[in-house]
Each structure stands twice: as C-alpha cells, then as structure tokens.
Design a protein around this ligand. Structure first.
Ligand code: PAF
Length: 287
C-alpha cells in the first residue's frame, strides 16, 4: 500500500493509473476509521474490481468545522488507520496537510470555495451554516487530486450525499457516486468516529436516535399517513426523556429533493440531529 502525502505525488499517481486505463475507486474520510468506512472500501473494490485501484483519503478538513466545533479534538489515529487500510486491501492512502490543501488557510493565499445553494440549506445547514461549503470544497479538490472513476459515500450523512451528488451533476465531474448503507452497532447506534466521545451512560442514551427512527417507522406502518408536526412533537418528547439528550432537528422529507412533507407516509425520509451531552449525532432512514 502506498502512502501519499503530497498533492503532486497524488496527482502523478492518479494520472499514471488513468493513462494505463486503470479504474480508480475513491473513499474520502476524515480518518479514525471504523467498520462503516471499511464497508465503503469494500464497495469501492467491488466497483473497480481486482485490476482497479482503491484510494482512501484521510484528512480532517478544517473548512467544514465552525470555530465552535470539535476540529482540534476530532479523534485521530493515523497508524491504526493505515493498518486497517492495509488489511482491507487499499492500494493508496492519501493524507494531505492543511498547508498544501489550503495554503495554510490565509485568505490571501486561499480564496476559492465550492458552494451548493439549495440542498445545503435545511437541517445541517441551519445549525452548521458553513459546513457544506467546506465539504463540497474539499471533495471537489480531492476529486481533482485522486481523479476517481467512482467515489463512495455513506448513507449515514444523508444530506451530504445529496449535496455531493448535486455538485457532481452540476459541475460535470466525470465520475459516479455510490451511496453505501449505514452500518450500525448491535444496539442500532449508527457507526461514527464521534461515538468515541460517548462515555459511560451517554453511550446507552445515544441509542435514542435509532429508537426514534424505529418508532416513526412503526407509526407510519400502522397509521399509513401522519402529521409531520405531531410526529416531530411526539418524538422530541421521547428523545428528550433521556437526561442528556437535546434535539437539534427532526425532519421528514422527499429523499430526492429534501423538500419537507407535511404528511408522513411510507417512502418519506426521516433525518435527525441530537446532542447527547456535548456530542452531536445524526442519523436517518427511509420510513
Ligand atoms: O463524511 C466525511 O467524513 C467528510 O465530510 C468528507 C466527505 C470526508 C469530507 O471531508
């Protein structure tokens, strides 16, 4: 497995593979890998085959964190990540540095951003108004560096997948996006690098996200069509019955457009964000 640290080296390698007609599958990550990421690697391998190359990027992208967020404390363990990638059959890990990606982030040296102006606005966009600008910018840059034929994203970040698919379509990136299903712990908690913050009783309380999705699924199955406002109010009460849980949002919407629905029926997408103590978690599912 190659470990590539510089932009020039990554572009050189990607161009070499491209010239040879080798397909490139790409999994962008912020590291601290878990089984969910490894399932994305598997999807990438499946998409490009044994003759193709799988690249994983490990880069905690500063521009998608607000100044109040957990950039400095975001969990990192590069040695462990490299070992997991090696075991998973990854061909190259790309670990760029801020100094190269954003020229040290001085506005005088770096001033170009990619902004999606519709699907980025609701839900995560309300609480984290600069988040998707950071995601689309770094993902566009990574696509230009890794030159993938196919890139895999996890369904856990549902809104992110919608924003990226839109960016790829709008800006004509010549690649295919594959969305891979969310992996869950045995008690239903969606796998996330941030689960590491859930110590003691908080870990158990965090299962309330999945329980509320299951509750909504059961209600929709039974009632066929329910008021979104009423369902939101009931689920808020349910979630906040956990002592350290605070609801940020629950939304019910059309999965393709993210347009909110006022009546929730089978096929609607549900997404929610909940803080468990200081840890903000998100989850989603189709009802
Ligand atoms: O989903 C993530 O881990 C990040 O948002 C991504 C896509 C790697 C961009 O930094």
């Amino acid at each position: 497995m190659q470990i590539v640290c510089s932009i020039a080296a990554m572009q050189r390698l990607a161009k070499k593979w491209r010239r040879a007609g080798t397909r490139i599958g790409f999994v962008p990550t912020m590291g601290y890998l878990h089984a969910g990421h490894l399932s994305l690697v598997k999807s990438a391998r499946k998409a490009v085959g044994n003759n193709g190359k799988v690249v994983v990027s490990i880069y905690v992208n500063p521009t998608q964190f607000a100044p109040t967020e957990d950039l400095a404390n975001y969990p990192r363990d590069l040695q462990r990540d490299l070992k997991l990638c090696r075991e998973a059959g990854v061909d190259a890990v790309f670990t760029p540095k801020d100094a190269e990606m954003y020229a040290g982030r001085a506005a005088a040296n770096y001033s170009t951003y990619v902004v999606e102006e519709n699907l980025s606005f609701p839900m995560e966009g309300i609480t984290r108004p600069t988040h998707f600008r950071g995601v689309t910018t770094v993902v566009a840059k990574l696509f230009n560096l890794v030159l993938p034929d196919v890139s895999i994203f996890g369904q856990k970040d549902f809104q992110q997948t919608a924003v990226i698919k839109r960016m790829v379509a709008d800006l004509n990136f010549p690649l295919k996006i594959i969305i891979a299903p969310t992996l869950r712990e045995t008690d239903g908690l969606a796998m996330s690098s941030r689960n590491k913050y859930l110590v003691g009783d908080l870990r158990h309380q965090a299962t309330v996200l999945w329980s509320s999705i299951q509750t909504a699924q059961a209600i929709v199955k039974k009632m066929k069509s329910v008021s979104a406002a009423k369902l939101k109010a009931d689920l808020k009460k349910f979630i906040e019955s956990e002592p350290d849980a605070r609801l940020d949002y629950i939304e019910f919407f059309e999965p393709d457009t993210l347009s909110p629905v006022s009546k929730v029926s089978s096929g609607a997408q549900m997404a929610l964000a909940v803080s468990i103590g200081k840890t903000r978690l998100i989850d989603n599912a189709q009802l």
